[in-house]
Write a protein that binds this ligand. Sequence first.
Ligand code: HAM
Length: 427
Amino acid sequence: MGIQAPRGTNDILPEAAAKWQEVEQKMYDICRLYQYKEIRTPIFENTELFQRGVGDTTDIVQKEMYTFEDRGGRSITLRPEGTAPVVRSYVQHKLFGEPDQPVKLFYTGPMFRYERPQAGRMRQFVQFGVEAIGSKDPAIDAEVIALSMEIYRSAGLKSLRLVINSLGDTESRSAHKEALIKHFAPRIDEFCEDCQVRLEKNPLRILDCKKDRDHELMATAPSLADYLNEESKAYYDKVKAYLNILDIEFVEDANLVRGLDYYNHTAFEIMSDAEGFGAITTLAGGGRYNGLVEDLGGPESPGIGFAMSIERLLLALEMEKVQVGQQDTLGAYVIAMDESAKEQAVRTVKQLRKAGISADMDYTGRKLKAQMKSADRKQAAFVIIIGESELQSGKAALKEMATGEQMEVSFEEMAEAIQSKRQKEEK
Ligand code: HAM
């Protein structure tokens, strides 16, 4: 066998691409309704951005990044996520100086994580995400969550579950951190090496550990919910109140922590409850990141956002048997009966396309019958047949495939004839 695509990557062939285009278009439409504007950032960044932005102790930074040295000796990383790059760009281009804050942005593009591939988990996947930077109003948290839910609903999904939690502010988190250290420290030598490092750097990550998850201290670990201060609780209550106003149903889960370090206050994930979805049921994740802009060198500009992979959205649509991706149908197929009719066929195709009618013809020298079959497969609305006698008379048969109706039309009037037939049908 020849060279294969690398493990964990996918080719998106035309039939699938039609589905991608349809769901992407829906996302753009919803972003317009909510007034989020597109931002495009590079696919690779300086490695330091993710170390500082996503966090040195996260699995993403420790185990999953595609990092390499470029020819100039710089450490470069293929972006594993979009938030840190967007925040970098917000700081670099001083978007914090824009009169209208928050700056509301969306992006789509490939992300890269060296993970173990399985259904819904890729090494290259496409994230769609939004970031609203420059506001700490709980109403914007609710807006971002509502936008994310609307995307799934408008795509046609029904079996969805929105899970929310509050990770609290810095004060709440450090009180919780201390409690975690007290809880784990006396018996930390019973835990894996990673957890021993985590205890010092970021004890919250111990709770995510796959190796030690059955250790008895895990179940009795102090919960962040018990350490939220009044301000954090009040913020969380307001987010929930706004979600209610927006008619967004949610469930709360105090164990929802998220795998990236920049979060505080609101955290949320959208899960699929569709049957047969497989082990990975998370469709999207996001949350608030007050402090990230400062960490990356900007002024205080609190933010919130979320991201989802389009692969998982399409997988969920498949599981819920929602049809997407109308195949494009052809306006007209032009058949040249022999070599002498080719030039006129090329001219007619050009003329139709100029008039905005999609047109195609044969480029492999096939006989009439094979060309007719092609026209059928492409679901051509019209077929135009050009042979020797047509060349002489300057007219060709225009056949409407749906009705079988056929009429003689001069070459010059071909496009108008198709358009007037179409208009009649629309009426
Ligand atoms: P995340 O939870 O790491 O968050 O990823 C968000 C989403 O990206 C996941 O829910 C999933 O749909 C998709 N995803 C992640 N890894 C893979 C993979 N290997 N294969 C397929 N899909 C994947 C973030 O990336 C944050 N930047 C989200 C955010 C934006 N938070 C605030 N703003």
